[in-house]
Design a binder for this molecule. Structure first.
Ligand code: SAM
Length: 278
């Protein structure tokens, strides 16, 4: 599948439909080059020579191994520590102090497309620092659920091991020293930070009924790839599992305009957070 024109219109359309149904990602028109480059190694590993044969094989893929490989190849896992910083400042300066007041049940935070783990670990580091600098203020556990559609990326997130390149993106020397142990080959996150986090696979297109309720949801840099209809359904489901007054963070280029009227936009110091309407 080295050439763009080796993908027929029929195969491209069928593949686009399949990808959207499986994970919400909308390819749009004329992205044959993207499909070609992203799927090249999947085809090679499975000894196939065209998108058509891959689609045919998918129909027999009861183990879902092949579809998972395809989703992994087609999704973007770009992430970094304390990405965009504003959500983390808002969490520390506004949301955690509010949640701490008279709280008797665990505070629950969901990182809804956590990629290789930098987002949930950043949240946990911040919670750790908040507790350390405000002794006695937050008297309940903080539980973080971290989910992603990709079992492979989740496995690497759960290991909590990062190379120098990943460590260099958004982590201060102080946090690196405080929250990681250096080994000859990688940096290992400390159990004090990882123990607050539960990792599990979840496709955002599926039901959230078994997740329980949350105070805060981080759903950042994933809805950008979805159709308006999928965004509506996802935000509707998220609103249904937010505690009263709960908050949602979206990515810097994402918004709720034309998507839901259940959330109020709250401007914070340099950023935006969405709060469930009363
Ligand atoms: C660009 S990363 C965002 C990571 C992190 N939230 C951040 O902002 O840095 C997008 C993640 O969304 C995941 N993803 C894509 N489609 C998904 C779906 N339908 N359900 C759950 N996760 C999905 C991908 O596997 C990828 O890890």
């Amino acid at each position: 599948m080295a050439e763009r024109n080796t993908i027929s219109t029929k195969d491209y359309e069928e593949f686009s439909r399949l990808l959207e149904n499986e994970c919400g990602i909308v390819l749009g028109e004329n992205k044959q080059y993207l499909v070609t480059s992203r799927l090249n190694h999947v085809l090679k590993d499975n000894k196939m020579d065209s998108l058509g044969s891959l689609i045919a094989e998918l129909n027999k893929d009861t183990s879902r191994k092949l579809i998972n490989r395809i989703i992994e190849a087609m999704t973007t896992n770009e992430t970094s520590w304390f990405r965009d910083i504003h959500p983390f400042n808002t969490l520390k300066e506004r949301l955690l102090p509010e949640l701490a007041k008279g709280r008797r049940t665990p505070v629950r935070i969901w990182s809804a497309a956590c990629s290789s783990g930098q987002e949930p670990y950043s949240i946990s580091m911040l919670v750790h620092e908040f507790i350390a600098s405000n002794p006695g203020l937050l008297n309940v556990d903080v539980q973080i659920l971290a989910t992603d559609i990709s079992p492979a990326i989740l496995l690497s997130a759960e290991k909590g091991r990062y190379d120098d390149m990943a460590m260099a993106r958004g982590l201060s020397p102080d946090r690196k020293k405080k929250f990681f142990r250096e080994t000859p080959n990688y940096w290992q996150i400390n159990p004090a930070i990882s123990s607050r986090i539960q990792f599990r696979p979840l496709n955002l297109l599926q039901s959230y009924n078994l997740l329980g309720k949350f105070d805060i949801i981080f759903c950042r840099n994933v809805l950008i790839y979805f159709s308006t209809e999928s965004k509506k359904q996802i935000l509707e489901k998220m609103c249904n599992i937010l505690n009263p007054g709960g908050h949602i963070f979206l990515g810097g280029s994402e918004s709720i305009t034309g998507i839901t009227d259940k959330l109020n936009m709250v401007r914070t110091n340099g950023g935006v957070v969405y709060q469930l309407k009363p």
